[in-house]
Design a protein around this ligand. Sequence first.
Ligand code: NAD
Length: 322
Amino acid sequence: MTERSASGIEHAAVAFIGLGHMGAPMAANLARAGIDVRGFDLSPHAVEHARVAGVPIAESAAAAVAGAGVVITMLPVGRHVMGAYTGTAADGSDGLLALAAPGTLFIDCSTIAVDDARRAHELTVAAGHRSVDAPVSGGVMGAEAATLAFMVGGDEADVEAARPLLERMGRRVVHCGGPGLGQAAKTCNNMILGVSMIAVSEAFVLGERLGLTNEALFEVAANASGQCWALTTNCPVPGPVPASPANRDYEPGFASALMAKDLGLALRAIEATGTHAEAGSLAAALYARFAEGDGAMRDFSAIITDIRARSAAAADDPGGAA
Ligand code: NAD
């Protein structure tokens, strides 16, 4: 199935590059919907896992891209996206941009910096292709259940061309503006999330130290102006929200390492734009510190355990620098 409709690229074969935690289930959902998917990953382990999940596998990036009308990337960070696009050969001939047929639609679903996304868009257009940035929220469970939310940046026609594919992997597709603005929306949203999780966690620890029960604070704040997703869905203390990661020893969920990464991207954007975002900058520093240690693979709500431990240490040693 490699036809192209007049309105863009529909029913085209899809090269899916990056079959990790997110990419494998996303690609599997496309394959399940009857789309001609050719998955590729550098890691044999990821390839095998994706194959078992139902993703047809190509032997190389070149084989995945041959005859494809769409290239979807789901890679860790910006340098991987740039590297995959431009290749390792001096002339870029082994990169996805050179391998793809002219007019291919590139959809990058990775979470990367806004300036990297804009650069990727420029390179894509210069190579004669079309591109959108389409980072996601919803995590691995959303990827598996095809309930992801896509935040999309790009030209209207390209976003509309991508939409039918995105709708097979998610249930919400928001066109946020021109190239890079999908990443901008993701960055701003996750900065809200990081800051609000720290605020909620500090409030619970302060409440505990004042003699307030977690249940009482939850009952008040969840029904008052303190209400937010970090409190009512991903509550950092066990009990009030039975499905939150705090009830299973902070098994993610959304790992602190990923929150630290996303806040690092926010910090980069804050600095690049000269935005006076002190809380966002501080949240980036606090999550970076937490993710350096054994917090990395715990849910991001586990930062409350760090706040609690530091509070206890400071109380034990009021003159110290805990
Ligand atoms: P992952 O590390 O599990 O998967 C990335 C895969 O890319 C790996 O299997 C790696 O081998 C592969 N890869 C790297 N370079 C490659 C290349 N040049 N060619 C082919 N394959 C290559 O990461 P993930 O959890 O799937 O996350 C992917 C992206 O989605 C990240 O940007 C992440 O921030 C974002 N994201 C993740 C989540 C989550 O909950 N995991 C949620 C939202 C967004």
